[in-house]
Write a protein that binds this ligand. Structure first.
Ligand code: TNX
Length: 496
C-alpha cells in the first residue's frame, strides 16, 4: 500500500470533492479521512471507506478512487456540505459503517452543447462541479456547429470574430412545429487560456474534457468566417435556426489542411486522449451538385460523393493519430465507407448502431437519442417548456442499460448523456433539462443493474438527493412537474 499523503493535503481532505465548500478550521470534522491509502486490489476508480467512532479509513484504487470516496463522505455529511459557504451549526456527523464501491463503466459522460447556446466559463465550472458530484468523469464539449464557433484559434481569428455570434435565434417550438425568431444577437467564445482553465478545473475533479470540432456538416459558422471552406464559396451567415444545414465543407486539400491546423491547436489545448470530429448529419446535396466534390470522389475511386464523408473524417482521424490521439465520431461514419478500426463510435441514432459498431470491432460509446438525450421533453403535459424530441421520463432514463445482451460488452466504453442546447438558452434551462435525469443516468453508468430499483432510487432522490441539489442551487424539474416559471411562454403553469 502506498500512502497518498502529498496528493491530498491533510487539513482539507474533504475539500477536493466538495467544490467551493471549505470547512472552516473550527468545523473540520476531526475524524474525517484520517488515513488514505492505495490498494491495487481495488478495481479501477474504486474505494473502500470504513467509518468508526475512531476515524475514517479510506483505501482507493487510484487518486480518482480517493476522490470518489470523498464524494461519498460529502454525501453522508448531508445537504449542508453542498452549500457554497458554511451555515452548519454544531458538529458534522458521519454514520459508522463500511462502503465498498467502484464504477461499472469507465466512460461516464455528459455532452454539453456550448455551440447552440454559449455557456460562459463560470457556468462550465459549475456544470463540472455538478458532474463530479455525480461521479461523471467525461465532459464532451460540443464546441462548433452551424450556429456558433466557440474556440479561439490564433491562426484563424475570423473563426471567433465572425463565427462566435449570430444575429438572432429561433425561439421555442410549438406543437405544430412553428418557431419565432428573437432578433437578439447571441454569442461568446472561450480563449485558449479559458479552455486551459476549464481543462485544469475538470482535471482537479477527475473529469476529462473531450473537445468536439464537428465536420464536414454542422460547419456553417466556420464557413461564415472563411467562405472558401464551403462547397459553394458563397457568403453565409452564422445560422440562426435549428435543424440540419445543407452547407457542407468542401472536400479539398485546402479545407483539410485548415482543419488539420485547427485540430493541432485543439490537441495542444486539450490533453484528452480522445478528440471528437463529429461526422453526424451530412446531407450530400451540395456535394452532388459540385463538380469539385464529384471529381474528388472519382479521383479517390469512391462509388459516390457519399464516400467523401468517411474519407474526410478518416483524413482528420489519421492526422489526430499522428498527434497521438484517438478519434471519436458519431455513428453515421459507419455508413460512409472505410472507418479506421480504432475510431470510437458514438452511437446516437439507436442502440442497434452501437451493437453494429461493437460487432465490427469498434469501441463504442452509447448515447442513444431515444434514451439519454436530455434536451428531449420529460413529460407529455402541455406545460413542459419546449415539447421537443422523444418523451423521456426520469424512470425511463433510470431503466436504461448501456450494455444490452446483444452487444460485445468488452467494446462498450460506457455511455453518455447529451445536453443539446437549441432550446436551452440559459443555465436555468440547462438545469431543468439535466436534473434530476442526469442523477438517474449517473447511477446507470456507475452501478450494476442487479440490486437497483426505481422505487428505491425515487426514495433516495426525494429524501436525500433533491435536498443536495437544492443546497447546490440547481433548478431541477420538480418531480410533479415544472414550477409556473419553468413552463413555456403563453402556457399558464399547472397549479401543483
Ligand atoms: C441530433 S446527435 C444532433 C444534434 C442535435 C440533436 C438534438 C447528433 C450527433 N446530432 O446536432 O442538437 O439531434 O436533439
Amino acid at each position: 500500500m502506498t500512502s497518498l499523503d502529498g496528493l491530498l493535503p491533510r487539513p482539507v481532505r474533504v475539500r477536493p470533492a466538495t467544490g467551493t465548500y471549505r470547512f472552516t478550521s473550527d468545523r473540520v470534522p476531526s475524524h474525517v479521512s484520517t488515513v488514505v491509502s492505495i490498494d491495487p486490489a481495488i478495481p479501477r476508480e474504486g474505494y473502500r471507506v470504513s467509518i468508526t467512532p475512531d476515524g475514517v479509513t479510506t483505501a482507493a484504487a487510484d487518486p480518482a478512487g480517493a476522490f470518489h470516496a470523498e464524494t461519498t463522505l460529502r454525501q453522508l455529511l448531508g445537504p449542508d456540505a453542498y452549500r457554497a459557504a458554511n451555515i452548519h451549526d454544531g458538529p458534522w456527523e458521519l454514520p459508522c459503517g463500511e462502503i465498498e464501491d467502484h464504477p461499472r463503466f469507465r466512460w461516464r459522460g455528459c455532452l454539453l452543447d456550448v455551440a447552440r447556446h454559449f455557456m460562459p466559463k463560470a457556468g462550465v465550472f459549475r456544470f463540472l462541479d455538478l458532474m463530479a458530484a455525480h461521479r461523471l468523469n467525461v465532459l464532451h464539449l460540443h464546441l462548433t456547429d452551424d450556429q456558433g464557433w466557440r474556440i479561439e484559434v490564433p491562426e484563424y481569428p475570423r473563426l471567433t470574430e465572425v463565427g462566435s455570434w449570430r444575429h438572432g435565434s429561433w425561439v421555442g417550438r410549438q406543437p405544430d412545429g412553428t418557431t419565432e425568431h428573437d432578433g437578439r444577437p447571441h454569442g461568446g467564445y472561450y480563449t485558449t487560456d479559458d479552455l486551459r482553465e476549464i481543462v485544469a478545473y475538470a482535471a482537479d475533479r477527475h473529469v476529462t474534457v473531450v473537445p468536439e470540432v464537428d465536420v464536414p456538416g454542422h460547419s456553417q459558422a466556420a464557413i461564415a468566417a472563411y467562405p472558401w471552406l464551403g462547397v459553394t464559396g458563397a457568403a453565409l451567415e452564422v445560422r440562426t435556426g435549428w435543424g440540419v444545414s445543407d452547407n457542407l465543407l468542401s472536400p479539398t486539400d485546402e479545407t483539410l489542411d485548415f482543419y488539420r491546423r485547427v485540430l493541432t491547436h485543439v490537441a495542444s489545448v486539450f490533453p484528452s486522449e480522445v478528440i471528437c470530429v463529429g461526422g453526424d448529419e451530412v446531407p450530400v446535396t451540395q456535394w452532388e451538385a459540385s463538380p469539385v466534390a464529384r471529381d474528388r470522389a472519382a479521383e479517390l475511386g469512391l462509388p459516390s460523393v457519399t464516400g467523401l464523408h468517411g474519407w474526410f473524417v478518416g483524413r482528420l482521424s489519421a492526422h489526430l493519430a499522428t498527434l497521438g490521439r484517438r478519434t471519436l465520431a458519431w455513428d453515421e461514419v459507419l455508413d460512409t465507407g472505410e472507418v479506421a478500426r480504432d475510431t470510437i463510435v458514438g452511437a446516437w441514432r439507436g442502440e442497434d448502431l452501437g451493437v453494429r459498431a461493437a460487432t465490427a470491432g469498434h469501441d463504442v460509446l452509447m448515447c442513444p437519442e431515444q434514451e439519454v438525450y436530455l434536451d428531449h421533453r420529460q413529460s407529455d403535459h402541455p406545460d413542459e417548456p419546449i415539447p421537443v424530441g422523444f418523451h423521456r421520463t426520469l424512470s425511463d432514463v433510470y431503466a436504461y442499460d448501456p450494455a444490452p445482451p446483444t452487444v460485445p460488452v468488452e467494446r462498450v466504453l460506457g455511455a453518455q448523456a447529451q445536453v443539446w442546447t437549441e432550446h436551452l438558452d440559459s443555465q436555468r434551462r440547462v438545469d431543468y433539462a439535466a436534473f434530476p435525469r442526469l442523477a438517474a443516468f449517473a447511477e446507470v453508468v456507475w452501478s450494476p443493474p442487479a440490486g437497483r430499483s426505481f422505487a428505491e432510487f425515487e426514495r433516495r432522490l426525494d429524501r436525500h438527493h433533491l435536498p443536495r441539489l437544492d443546497a447546490l442551487g440547481v433548478e431541477y424539474r420538480p418531480r410533479s412537474g415544472p414550477h409556473p416559471w419553468q413552463t413555456r411562454p403563453g402556457v399558464p403553469g399547472r397549479v401543483r
